[in-house]
Design a protein around this ligand. Structure first.
Ligand code: UT7
Length: 325
């Protein structure tokens, strides 16, 4: 029996022009290129210019995705922006993106699941598309984490960067088998008992300030691999696929050591793992689509490939998605 699936039509990204290297950072805080590369794999990050907002990054990424998908912005009826660094407390950054694209129909809203935002975003949009209410959606991960970093705290400021990337998803009738194109399964999890391990110490309701990112890095690291592998095993159980069937593993880009350990534990070969954390650091909700876009542009991810996505972040939140490209 046929069924509606959310099929990826195109992907695009945008990184701010300014590049901040590890060497340059080492001139500002007590750190070294060697420490950052060894512990995280990060070599540089991009920093948004003064006056360049999350919505501006999101609009640029959305335009690139629409162009790659060969679809007109006016055919989009759903926009979800996953972000923890919105332009304003409200309205949603998604409506600024909608206006920037000249779209006046459909719905646009933000989604807040920190680094898991993109996976949460595609799971939410997939569910909405499959109701038949919406037909074509943009899921955008867009962040300006440079604005919430404590630039005197070497344990966090070396890790994050700014950027945005987007995918266009379309509801399409598919045969209804696990060989279908589109999103095959998604699995979302959270556990608020860990909320103080990675958080921002400000907000409209508590301090009336924006606040700075705070993280118990070692504690996050400790949980990350177990949570990631757990939710990926959920995806395998739901579809019957195994690690051997995966063409590309596109994980959240936080730390190369976490990525390598997760892939190893799952039995995914290193040459199937897409890693871009070296080029832009941890861009939170933007990191997975940035990595996706890189692997599409360089010819690795092709139509028909089985692509596994995962993320883990503040909350804790975590999730996985299995997609036939
Ligand atoms: O996207 C959301 C999810 N977030 C993550 O996945 C982040 C998870 N955590 C991590 O990636 C790692 O825990 C970090 C990269 C944050 C830290 O690596 P680590 O191997 O866990 O290092 P550590 O926190 O245990 O620190 C080791 C040492 C400490 O010095 P002592 O106490 O051993 O003397 C730190 O003070 O490294 C020191 N250190 C630094 N040294 C140079 C911490 N930050 C720096 C730095 N440069 N930037």
């Amino acid at each position: 029996m046929t069924m509606l699936r959310s099929v990826v039509l195109g992907c695009g990204s945008y990184l701010p022009e300014r590049v901040l290297s590890n060497e340059e950072l080492a001139g500002q805080v007590d750190t070294t290129d060697e420490w950052i590369v060894q512990r995280t794999g990060i070599r540089q990050r991009h920093i948004a210019a003064t006056g360049e907002f999350t919505s501006h990054l999101g609009i640029a990424a959305a335009k690139a995705a629409l162009s790659a998908a060969h679809v007109d912005a006016q055919t989009i009826d759903l926009i979800v922006v996953a972000t923890s660094t919105p332009d304003l407390t409200f309205p949603a950054t998604a409506v600024s993106v909608q206006a920037g694209l000249g779209i006046t129909r459909g719905a646009a809203f933000d989604l807040q699941a920190v680094c898991s935002g993109f996976v949460y975003g595609i799971a939410t949009v997939d569910a909405l598309l499959r109701t038949g209410t919406y037909t074509r959606a943009l899921v955008i991960g867009a962040e300006t984490f440079s604005r919430i970093l404590d630039w005197t705290d070497r344990t966090t400021c070396v890790l994050f960067g700014d950027g945005a990337a987007a995918v266009v998803l379309e509801a399409q009738q598919q045969p209804g088998t696990r060989d279908d194109r589109g999103i095959l399964t998604t699995h979302l999890r959270s556990d608020g008992r860990h909320k103080s391990k990675l958080y921002v110490d400000g907000g409209p309701s508590s301090t009336q300030t924006v606040g700075h990112l705070r993280m118990e890095g070692r504690a996050v690291f400790k949980h990350a691999v177990a949570m990631i592998t757990d939710v990926i095993e959920d995806a395998f159980r739901a579809t019957g696929y195994t690690a051997a069937d995966i063409d590309w593993f596109v994980p959240h880009q936080a730390n190369k050591r976490i990525i390598d350990d997760s892939a190893h534990r799952l039995g995914i070969a290193p040459e199937k793992v897409v890693i871009t954390v070296d080029m832009h650091g941890n861009t939170s909700a933007a990191s997975i689509p940035l990595a996706l876009n890189t692997a599409i542009r360089d010819g690795r991810i092709k139509k028909g490939d089985l692509v596994l996505l995962e993320a883990m972040g503040g909350g804790f939140t975590w999730g996985s998605a299995l997609v036939r490209w």
